[in-house]
Each structure stands twice: as structure tokens, then as C-alpha cells.
Write a protein that binds this ligand. Sequence first.
Ligand code: BJW
Ligand code: ZN
Length: 253
Amino acid sequence: MRGMDLSEVAARLRAARHVACLTGAGVSAESGIPTFRDPQTGLWARFDPQALATPQAFAAEPAWVWGWYEWRRSLVARAAPNPAHRALALLEARVPRFTLITQNVDDLHERAGSRRVLHLHGRLAESHCEQCARRLEPGTPATLPEGGAPLEPPRCPGCGGRYRPGVVWFGEALPQAEWQAAADAAGACDLFLCIGTSSLVQPAASLSEVASRAGALTVQVNPASTGLDARMSAVLRGPAGQILPQLLAAAWP
Ligand code: BJW
Ligand code: ZN
């Protein structure tokens, strides 16, 4: 723990008028969804991001990339929200203004009851045509082995283009409206929670700094240390599924 302890953060949370929260893969870890950068279980300990999460990869190996995302879709479909997702849904109902910003492409925040979620890196469930942007109606994901297997992406009935996952790959721009709303919230909130993210991917990672410069209290929730810890007002060390329910219970006993 750094700076304030949990009960001091809870007191500030109870008094806050606008809370903004940025979540990352760590928030879904306790639901059984692998993070990206965990050295043992992270997706990128086993799969090469350059070979899967870039537009170049999709252009070169569309079936491998589509199959990998179908496997991840099926993992999410079988997973359930955990106490961290539920605590954040509860928080939305407790504070006067709440902005939930996520880097996650799963829908576990929504399934826990969060009503407004800004998805900075898109959504796994929303594939669209590479050429004309027509949406693919989400169906049941294919049953594929661990890590996926080559699977041809379906073709758009309108223009014949390939469908692609509705996620933001490296080198692609974030959805403009979501990014603008997230940056506005970070600059206007009085308390900023940064939960379960390594804060290595830009521009999402810069939101903590935006909040801090605007005078917000910044709080990190993570079982491991991150490069941003030294610049946060408080660091609450532990899994989000434990820390967040404790924080809410302390703020609203
Ligand atoms: C727990 C836990 C528990 C574990 N409880 N916690 C400036 C400087 C340098 C580079 C760049 C820059 N600006 C842009 C770049 C390039 C690039 C970038 O940032 N690269 C860096 C890696 C160096 N950024 C981009 O390309 C972005 N686009 C962009 O900037 O466009 C601008 C542009 C302008 C003009 C022309 C063109 C473009 C796009 C970034 C897209 C990121 N996409 C991915 C893949 C999405 C699709 C998919 O899912 O496959 O998004 S990458 C991947 O990382 C994914 C995640 O959302 C993202 C963040 O990961 P996250 O959530 O932090 O996960 P981990 O695994 O890293 O960390 C998990 C954490 O949880 C750890 O800390 C654990 O300890 C913790 N944890 N258990 C709480 N129980
Ligand atoms: Zn099309």
C-alpha cells in the first residue's frame, strides 16, 4: 500500500462527485479470462501479438487471426462477471457521476449491470466488414481448441469483403467518441481509479496522468506493481475482486 490506505480512499470515494474508472484485463482475470502480459498465463506468453493483434497480421493470415478471436469469444461466452465487475456496477449507482472506461473487449462489465461502458479497444462481439463496415450479427462462437485454429472469416453478403473482429489493433486509432468521452471524464473527475491494467498501452495509459494533472485523486488497484505507481495518490495492492468490494464496504458501511 502506498500513500493513503483503503479506509482513507473509501472516505474520499464517499465524498466524490465524479468518479472515473479505467479497467484492464486484470479485472476479468478472476473470471478466468487470461490477461495479455502475465508472464505465465498471459495470452502473449503463448501467442505473438505482432502475429495476431495487428492489421498486418489479419491481412497476411486472416484465418489464423479469425480463429484465435473465435476461441477468445468462446472463452468470454462461458465466463461470468466476478466481484470486481459487480462492485463497479454498484459504484455507478452510488456516486453522483460515474464514468466507466475499459480497455477490455469482453462484455463482463455490461453483464454485471454497468449501464454505460466506454470501450476504448472495441468489443469482441462486434465484428464488421473490413470494406463496408456492415455489422455481423453475433452468433454462437465456433468450438475451437485452446488457442484457436485456422477458420476463414465469413464474407459480407453486401460487398463480399471479409468480416474482422471489432477490436482496436496496434497502430489503429481508438474510436473517436469513446476516446473523447474518456479524456473528458479523466480531466473532470475528482477521483480516478485505475484497475487491473499494466498501463503499458497508449493512449489509454495516459488517462491517469490527465486525471492527476487536473487535480483528481488517483488510485491504483493491482496485485502487482506498475510503472505508474509512483505517480498515484494511493496504491491498493491486491486482486480487484477482493479490493473493490472491501473499498465499497468501507465507503458505504
Ligand atoms: C490484476 C489481476 C487481478 C492481474 N486484479 N489486476 C506512445 C508511445 C509508445 C507507443 C505508442 C504511443 N502511442 C501509440 C503507441 C503504439 C501502441 C502502444 O501503446 N504500444 C505500446 C505497447 C508501446 N498503441 C496503439 O497502437 C494504439 N493506437 C494508437 O495509438 O493509435 C494512434 C494512431 C494515430 C495515427 C495513426 C494511427 C494510429 C492502439 C492500441 C490498441 C491495443 N489493443 C490491444 C488488443 C485488443 C484486441 C484484443 O483483445 O486482441 O488491447 S493490445 C492489449 O493491451 C489489449 C488491451 O486492452 C491492452 C492493455 O492491456 P491491459 O489491460 O493493461 O492488460 P495487461 O495484460 O497488460 O495487464 C494486466 C494487469 O492486470 C497487470 O498489471 C496485472 O498485474 C493485473 N492483474 N490479475 C487486478 N485479479
Ligand atoms: Zn461489406
